[in-house]
Structure formats: C-alpha cells, structure tokens
Design a protein around this ligand. Structure first.
Ligand SMILES: [Zn+2]
Ligand SMILES: [Zn+2]
Ligand SMILES: [Zn+2]
Length: 124
C-alpha cells in the first residue's frame, strides 16, 4: 500500500495557494458528486463573505481545478475538473444538481441536464 499525502493539501501547495480553512472546505465540497453555484457555496460558509467565496472560486477556475458545468436559472454551476464525462440531474425547487452516469453514451459531444424534484424537496 502506498501512502498518499492528503491530495487536497498537495493540490493547494502545488498551485502556490495558501491552505486556508475556507479553501480546504470548498475543495472538499467541490469534490462531491454534485455541482455548486456561488450562492450554494456561500450558504455553507456563513462566516465568510460572498466576495471571498467568489474570489476562491475564481482562483480555482483560473487554475483549472474546477470548471463551469452548465448554467441553470441564470446561475453558473461549478464542479471539479478532473472527471470522466457524465451528465446532471437538477432539482427544479432547490437547484441542487447531482452528477449522474451519462444516459446516452452513443451521442456525440454533449451535456445533458435533466430536471427532477429531489428527495429532500419531495418530502416538503
Ligand atoms: Zn431539491
Ligand atoms: Zn457533475
Ligand atoms: Zn453524456
């Protein structure tokens, strides 16, 4: 078994970014199987100003750590860059988008965004 240093720490270090708690937190979130809008990320970082959250997202974008997955209801959804092709299903109520395996692997280059009502919203 090879020992692996924390990949997130290594990433920030390799990119010359100071390892702030916010950045580590944001990266951990961005690596989940879903996308994040600026608003959604700001909501899970109540102590941090939206400007700081935005600046960090912008840095990650510039460094190609994240990419713009799609725009939904005028909001850009970001997600971790280093992933195989897949598509998304978006909740019409809360706008949380989950990554799903590609439903049409035979199609040429594409991005599919399906809409649904997620389990949490369905329980309301
Ligand atoms: Zn929902
Ligand atoms: Zn995704
Ligand atoms: Zn696909």
């Amino acid at each position: 078994m090879s020992t692996h240093p924390c990949p997130i720490e290594e990433l920030l270090w390799n990119n010359g970014l100071r390892r702030t708690k916010d950045r580590q937190f944001m990266i951990a979130k961005l690596r989940l199987n879903r996308t994040w809008t600026l608003t959604q990320m700001d909501n899970v970082l109540p102590q941090t100003s939206q400007t700081t959250v935005y600046r960090n997202l912008k840095k990650f974008l510039d460094l190609d750590l994240i990419e713009e997955a799609f725009v939904h209801n005028h909001e850009t959804h970001f997600e971790w860059m280093d992933r195989e092709h897949h598509d998304h299903v978006i909740c019409k109520k809360c706008s949380i988008a989950e990554c799903i395996p590609c439903p049409s692997p035979d199609l040429n280059k594409h991005r599919i965004e399906l809409e649904h009502i997620c389990l949490l919203c369905n329980n309301d």
